[in-house]
Design a protein around this ligand. Structure first.
Ligand code: KG4
Ligand code: ZN
Length: 363
């Protein structure tokens, strides 16, 4: 039995300004509030997230979003045990806004500040609403990441495989942009794919037959781009979307099957978690469900609201860290922001597979 922790979480790493209050008691999370203010309207004219606009919008919205989360929770700042905010990875201007807001609130309330890795938030997100004990196999699929990780425990992540070029969400967004479907691309492509023929185009399934868990989506994106440029009618666009989504489903299902084969739990139930924005896609969920069932595993996916960016998962990561004694100390205020912050830092440093340059590896 541990004492309960009530944590305010703040998320500003991309284009959602979010704040949530969560109470963690004996390993069970209860959400007291969960505010997400998306910046879709601000970025829509540019058909993609503009980092500078995102940073300004976060700066304008953060105070009100935090105030609303506290008001919805119906508690005073005195009742908080800590404040958690995303410290990376993400668009650095936005991350800075959330980090500084979180530190200011923590100092004013006289409670510890907990810097949180956004990817850890996604990794723990199933635990917001489902009984999902460690260890589990995780497929993290978002706008910036696509990787398999073994989640052994809090803060204990082992990279099993990753994309070597684009993330899946990035590919969805690009395909949507090429056909003028709006932003974000994922939901638009999924909607249109429902009325299309998944066999209309035989798009490549990159690295499908190569052993291991590495993935690649840049070639698929280029192949789709060539066809998409000639898709004019709704029906033609629907066929492109359906065929593209089918290729993604095939690759993710096959790699998941392989990951599940190699994932040992020492006799405990096999859990397979899919998290991140792309996990909101129902066709992908169905493909993973089948792969999981075939390998005696249970697929756990957060509700749609907690697949895409949210602050509930950041509050949960903060609360779990505090409960485990991994955070809640005075040094929280010293935390800096990080544009890149791989979950398995040792693997990313010794064998980077994705991203590089002065910001460092993504995975
Ligand atoms: O996790 P997230 O909200 O932000 C990041 O941390 O990246 O993921 C956003 C990504 C975007 O690329 C978006 O197009 C994609 O998730 N996404 C989807 C769907 N909903 C969001 N992709 C495919 N199908 C969806 N239904
Ligand atoms: Zn995210």
């Amino acid at each position: 039995m541990t004492r309960p922790f009530t944590i305010l979480g703040i998320e500003t790493s991309c284009d959602e300004t979010a704040a949530a209050v969560l109470r963690l008691e004996d390993g069970r999370a209860t959400l007291l509030s969960d505010v997400i203010r998306t910046q879709l309207e601000e970025h829509a004219p540019y058909r993609g997230v503009v980092p500078e606009i995102a940073a300004r919008a976060h700066a304008e919205l953060a105070d009100a979003v935090v105030a609303k989360a506290m008001q919805d929770a119906g508690i005073s700042y005195d009742a908080l045990d800590g404040v958690a905010a995303t410290a990376g990875p993400g668009l650095i201007g936005g991350v800075l806004v959330g980090l500084m807001t979180g530190k200011a609130v923590a100092q004013a309330a006289g409670v510890p500040f907990i810097p949180v890795n956004h990817l850890e938030g996604h990794a723990l997100s199933p635990r917001l609403s489902a009984d999902c004990p460690f260890p589990y196999l995780l497929l993290l699929v978002s706008g910036g990441h696509c990787q398999f990780l073994e989640v052994r425990g809090l803060g204990d992540y082992v990279r099993l495989g990753s994309t070597i070029d684009d993330a899946v969400g990035e590919a969805f967004d690009k395909v949507a942009k090429l056909m003028g479907l709006g932003f974000p691309g994922g939901p638009a492509v999924e909607r249109l794919a429902r009325s299309g023929n998944p066999a209309a185009h035989g798009f490549p399934r990159p690295l499908l037959n190569r052993p291991g868990l590495e993935m690649s989506f840049a070639g698929l994106k280029s192949a789709v781009a060539r066809v998409a440029a000639n898709a004019e009618t709704e029906a033609q666009k629907a066929d492109v979307c359906a065929s593209f989504q089918a290729a993604i489903c095939d690759v993710l299902a096959e790699k998941s099957a392989r990951a599940l084969e190699g994932f040992g739990t020492g006799g405990a139930a096999k859990r397979f978690v899919v998290a991140g924005g792309v996990a909101a896609n129902k066709a992908i969920r169905a493909a993973l469900e089948t792969a999981a069932a075939e390998h005696g595993a249970q697929l756990v996916a957060p509700p749609l609201r907690h697949c895409t960016d949210n602050a509930a998962m950041i509050a949960l990561a903060g609360a779990e860290r505090m409960a485990a004694g991994l955070a809640g100390h005075e040094d929280g205020l010293d935390a800096g922001s990080r544009p890149r912050w791989p979950l398995d830092e040792a693997a990313a440093l010794s064998a980077p597979v994705y991203g590089g340059g002065h910001k460092g590896a993504k995975a």
